[in-house]
Design a protein around this ligand. Structure first.
Ligand SMILES: Cc1ncc(COP(=O)(O)O)c(C=O)c1O
Length: 228
């Protein structure tokens, strides 16, 4: 029997969601302006609302989650630095070698359980402060974890990993492409997750139904660096 398109639930990916009629209407009616001059009120509103939800000073609207993640890596690091990341993280596994290609950094992979790792894993992956080694600079987490089957990080474990990273002077980035899902599932507000990280990327194009779009949020100076 032939079904109406609206009744079909396409489970290939949450990225195949389509904008609702109300969203299309909002897009058609959106006030627009020159973004370079900061004249686009709609983009400005989206960025400031995203920053507010995440409890960060500022946010930058970008076309994709990949771009948000890779901008974060690029702005947190210098060539030759090392980034600690879980072996199945999108940022490492699915982003076409971009940390090496765009930022000139090495990724040191930790083996998590469905994407989740511990402070002890971070400690074990650290390099000694010695001129022979890359400088460990950044720890990246992903919540919810895509290749972990949508696994949600327990907030206490985020706290533990973040405390370990801070103890060693490392920066923290959260790939929160599906942070909305984590928040809905646990009742923990997005900003409470985000508080443990310097920067957070989020996607409007997964689950929320937007056809495209992501953001990178963090301190104002960091976001200005990313914009540049
Ligand atoms: C966890 C995670 N981060 C980042 C991305 C990249 O998003 P985009 O496809 O918008 O580049 C994805 C895409 O599925 C993802 O699952």
């Amino acid at each position: 029997m032939r079904q109406e398109t609206s009744q079909v639930i396409d489970l290939r990916s949450d990225t195949v969601t389509k904008p609702t009629p109300a969203m299309r209407e909002a897009m058609a009616r959106a006030e627009v302006g020159d973004d370079v001059f900061g004249d686009d009120p709609t983009v400005r509103q989206l960025e400031s609302r995203t920053a507010e939800v995440l409890g960060k000073e500022a946010a930058l609207f970008v076309p994709s989650g990949t771009m948000a993640n890779q901008l974060a890596v690029r702005c947190h690091t210098e060539p030759g630095d090392e980034v600690l990341v879980e072996a199945n993280a999108h940022l490492y596994y699915y982003e076409s070698g971009a940390p090496a290609a765009l930022s000139g950094v090495m990724c040191r992979c930790m083996n998590g359980q469905r994407g989740i790792f511990s402070g002890a894993d971070v400690e074990a992956a650290l390099r000694p402060a010695d001129q022979h080694f890359p400088r460990t600079r950044l720890v990246c987490l992903e919540n919810t974890h895509n290749r972990g089957g949508g696994k949600n990080w327990p907030i206490e474990q985020i706290r533990e990993v973040a405390a370990t990273a801070r103890k060693h002077g490392l920066q923290l980035h959260l790939d929160g492409a599906r942070l909305w899902n984590a928040s809905v599932a646990t009742g923990v507000p997005e900003r409470e997750y985000a508080a443990h990280f310097d920067t957070v990327s989020v996607c409007y194009s997964k689950g929320l139904g937007a056809p495209v779009g992501s953001a990178l949020a963090g301190p104002r100076v960091f976001v200005e660096r990313a914009r540049r």
